[in-house]
Design a protein around this ligand. Structure first.
Ligand code: 13P
Ligand code: SF4
Length: 336
């Protein structure tokens, strides 16, 4: 790109406030490598009228230093529908970028690494959904946003972990049924069913990060850290959620820490989350288990810079599929 990226005095000065946010976890020697990239990304964003939508699982230098809008899948989808920017860079995985494109087809949506997938999204196809409908005629299909546009297009409504309870209850009411098809995460479906009283038919999908946590692990945290508050993501197996004090989306877990300020907490979810939240709450002691999402970790500062500099890789969704998928996403966004 022909831009000389060096940790000059000007870069140091311009990024001082950003460094103050992350200094607890990023040593200065590492910052010297990040700062010029951050400064250039932030310059390019202004030049190209671009915003970066960053998921809570991004590493701190992305989350705190270049993300214009950060949040859970639901918040990022809402922002994608609302932003005035011409370009969206999705600092997250591919299904999130597709959701942004579905909601804002006129915008250029970029993903810094097209290999950033998701074990849930790859567990099911549109043809699988059509077969499920044949097997269970008349039942509504509620699809987790962690799916391809093609799968969303075959669905009645989408949900995220942040609104799943409401979406399931509202959809069962609208369709006048006591059973719904909820795909593709078998654990999320069971966890939500337990909270709603609506029966669910699900799919054999699971998040490769959250399925690795065990109930024993949580009992061990409680034994070694008496009084610790355990927050779990509902993509965890039900026996893990049963051991937790609270289960909710990444944003709901952040909200719990902000509102209740527990003395010590463990977040049963992807590692970068605890780093990002701990930086904002130095008064809370975080025990930080580390289950990395290899897909989320494909998104790096250098990748974002390359993406913005070269305007690659553009996310393209077939307009016919996108229009059908948008109906399911819009129905979700309409449920408050
Ligand atoms: P939320 O941020 O919506 O809770 O999703 C978690 C997740 O695994 C996204 O990939
Ligand atoms: Fe998919 Fe799990 Fe990674 Fe989220 S954390 S992108 S659900 S594999």
């Amino acid at each position: 790109m022909g831009v000389e990226l060096a940790y000059t005095d000007a870069v140091k000065r311009d990024t001082r406030d950003l460094y103050a946010k992350v200094a607890r976890f990023i040593p200065e020697i590492e910052w010297a490598a990040h700062a010029p990239v951050i400064a250039e990304i932030n310059r390019l964003k202004r030049e190209k009228n671009a915003v970066i939508l960053a998921h809570n699982y991004m590493t701190p230098e992305i989350f705190h230093c270049v993300g214009d809008f950060v949040g859970d899948s639901l918040a990022l989808a809402r922002e994608a529908a609302r932003t005035d920017a011409k370009v969206i860079v999705q600092a997250g995985v591919h299904f999130m970028a597709e959701t942004s494109k579905i909601l804002s087809p006129e915008k250029t949506v970029l993903i810094p690494d097209t290999r950033a997938g998701c074990s849930l999204a790859s567990s099911i196809t549109g043809a699988d959904v059509r077969l499920l409908r044949q097997k269970y005629p008349g039942l509504p299909v509620i699809t987790y946003v962690n799916t391809s546009a093609e799968v969303k297009a075959e669905s009645d409504v989408c949900c995220t972990s942040g609104n799943a309870v409401k979406v399931v209850e509202e959809t069962a009411r609208q369709f006048g049924v006591d059973t719904v098809i909820m795909i593709p995460d078998k654990y999320l479906a069971r966890n939500i069913a337990a909270k709603t009283g609506v029966k669910v038919i699900t799919w054999e999908g699971a998040c490769e990060v959250h399925e690795r946590f065990t109930a024993q692990e949580i009992r061990d945290y409680r034994a070694s850290h008496p009084g610790i508050v355990v927050l779990a993501h509902p993509e965890c197996p039900p026996e893990v959620v049963a051991e937790a004090d609270f289960a909710g989306s990444t944003a709901a877990m952040i909200g719990y820490v902000g509102d209740r300020k527990p003395q010590r907490v463990v977040m049963i979810t992807e590692c970068s989350m605890s780093d990002n939240v701990a930086l904002e709450h130095p008064e809370v002691d975080f025990v930080r288990p580390c289950n990395l999402c290899p897909h989320m970790k494909r998104i790096t500062l250098e990748g974002i810079l390359h993406s913005l500099g070269t305007m690659t890789t553009e996310v393209v969704v077939d307009p016919v599929i996108a229009a059908r998928a948008k109906l399911a996403v819009d129905r979700m966004l309409a449920i408050k």
